[in-house]
Design a protein around this ligand. Structure first.
Ligand SMILES: [Zn+2]
Length: 332
């Protein structure tokens, strides 16, 4: 019985007795783009419930319009109105729509050849089941109520019923910019080593791991030494003091920025670590930050801590003499 017990204890030690941490991770931003003359014309016409293509050097009408001829690469500017009805060229069924797709119930993706066009456009067709769509079927545009957003002015296609909706006769405002939201959902699961590091942060501790062969200390730990390829199992608690190795002064404002520029983003090498990580350096004039500057973590109030390096609000100068270049030259 004894050897089995010992093996069991040893396994628990290796796995750290705790489950890896896992949390949702949302990545998203609104991508705003200018359209240029060709796509601007297409989007402007869509906003008044008209569709235009562009004629290429071989006489074919491309829908959506393309900016340059596929054969000669010459800029294209001969716009050609096409119909808002067309024919299904091919299709596939979308049984479980994804967020952001044109319809939120099952639908068909189809290549639709609009009347007067020579290239098909890809869009959704709103039919109840795969039995309700076929190649050669006639369909028409269902216009979005709110227009001015580019291709999304076409809500979807639907089976053709007769006369297409009349276009707006009013002269529209030119559409020169569109906003394309980008959004990704992840469920991020940390490795066992990273989980121990994150749990350490929640207690105000900085936990790295040392390679048994080269002796280097990595924080955050990745579970293996990238140089030697061996597991790093020895845990090392590091102090919250370190040295600025390299840095940049951020002068450019951007969406979601929490601090007014100028401010300093720097690589901080904790004392005893062999790899630096990126953090903020505040508490002095941006122009005074320099390589070798000694810094200490400024932790947020305890009640604001979570499983994140953001528990450290920023690093600030300690006032000690600068570290000699040789002490961090291998860590740049
Ligand atoms: Zn190593």
């Amino acid at each position: 019985m004894l050897p089995q017990n010992r093996e069991h204890v040893s396994l628990q030690f290796v796995t750290g007795l705790s489950e890896p941490l896992s949390a949702p991770l949302e990545v998203g931003f609104d991508y705003t783009r200018s359209l240029g003359p060709v796509h601007s014309r297409f989007a402007t016409e869509l906003s008044r419930r008209r569709i235009v293509g562009v004629r290429g050097s071989d006489g074919r009408v491309h829908v959506p319009p393309i900016e340059y001829d596929p054969d000669t690469a010459a800029p294209l500017d001969e716009f050609v109105p096409v119909g808002s009805q067309g024919t299904v060229v091919s299709w596939s069924w979308m049984p479980e729509p994804l967020e952001g797709q044109p319809l939120q119930h099952p639908f068909a993706w189809a290549l639709v050849l609009l009347d007067g066009a020579d290239t098909p456009v890809l869009h959704a067709v709103d039919v109840g089941s795969p039995e309700d769509i076929r190649t050669g079927m006639r369909v028409q545009v269902r216009w979005a109520e709110q227009r001015g957003g580019g291709i999304r002015d076409i809500a979807c296609f639907e089976p053709a019923t007769g006369t297409p909706a009349a276009p707006d006769e009013a002269e529209p405002e030119p559409v020169t910019m569109i906003t394309a939201p980008v959004h990704l959902h992840y469920q991020h699961s940390a490795s066992p080593e990273e989980s121990r590091y994150l749990r350490g942060l929640a207690e105000g501790r900085l936990l790295g791991q040392r390679c048994p062969q080269c002796g280097k200390v990595y924080i955050p730990p990745r579970g293996a030494c990238p140089t030697d390829g061996v597991p790093t199992e020895e845990e090392v608690e590091l102090p919250d003091t370190g040295t600025v190795t390299t840095f940049c002064i951020v002068n450019v404002p951007f969406l979601g920025q929490r601090i007014t520029p100028p401010y300093v983003s720097a690589y901080v090498l904790l004392d005893g670590a062999d790899i630096a990580f990126l953090h903020l350096v505040l508490g002095c004039d941006a122009a005074d930050v320099r390589m070798g500057m000694r810094v200490r973590a400024q932790w947020k109030p305890r009640e604001e801590w979570g499983y994140t390096l953001q528990n450290i609000d920023h690093f600030r100068p300690t006032g000690e003499p600068d570290a000699p270049f040789e002490s961090y030259a291998q860590h740049l």
